[in-house]
Design a protein around this ligand. Structure first.
Ligand SMILES: NC(=O)c1ccc[n+]([C@@H]2O[C@H](COP(=O)([O-])OP(=O)(O)OC[C@H]3O[C@@H](n4cnc5c(N)ncnc54)[C@H](OP(=O)(O)O)[C@@H]3O)[C@@H](O)[C@H]2O)c1
Length: 147
């Protein structure tokens, strides 16, 4: 399969990318830092699959998605799966969250999520999958009983 995944420079995104490459999938990975791209290219060659392409981009910038689209369109014919993994959590008590904190989280967890799906759907086909590991969230509250 040809899989696009955001947020591959560390954590879950990096582990998932390694696992997918080891299983023979092609991965196009996106993060602001490209520090793991060489390692992932080597891993891809080691497992003899169709390859790894790393794209450094800030996914909160709408203009970056046009560049991402063009790189992907020039590299593969279709996207079988888009994994929205990149996300941030500003871990502080909800009552101490500032407007800037809110804007930063909204930017990655909601706006970038929207840009990515909207941009890449034209490269997907019937049967392709979108997997959201970062359900849009804006703070460390999922459900809370007020005491
Ligand atoms: N860890 C948990 O316990 C947990 C639990 C439930 C859900 N999740 C969700 O699972 C996902 C991964 O979690 P994690 O703990 O692995 O996160 P993490 O270690 O903080 O990694 C986040 C990734 O997102 C990328 N990223 C952040 N902002 C970006 C931006 N503006 N543009 C491009 N890439 C960006 C980071 O790369 P750069 O900094 O290089 O850009 C990094 O690779 C997140 O969506 C998180 O909400 C995590």
């Amino acid at each position: 399969m040809q899989i696009v995944i955001t947020g591959i420079s560390r954590g879950l995104g990096l582990a998932l990318t390694k696992s997918l490459l080891q299983r023979g999938h092609s991965v196009i990975g996106i993060s602001r830092s490209g520090k793991v791209f060489n390692e992932l290219e080597s891993l891809s060659l080691q497992f003899g699959n169709a390859g790894f392409i790393g794209i450094t981009a800030d996914i909160t910038q709408e203009v970056e998605w046009q560049r991402i689209y063009e790189i992907i369109q020039n590299s593969i014919d279709t996207i079988h799966a888009l994994i929205n993994n990149a996300g941030i959590l500003i871990n502080k008590p909800f009552t101490q969250m500032t407007a800037d904190d809110f804007d930063r989280m909204f930017s990655v967890n909601v706006r970038a999520f929207f840009f990515g799906i909207r941009t890449l759907i034209p490269l997907m086909r019937s049967g392709s999958h979108i997997l959201n590991l970062n359900p849009p969230k804006l703070g460390n509250i999922i459900s809370k009983k007020i005491k």
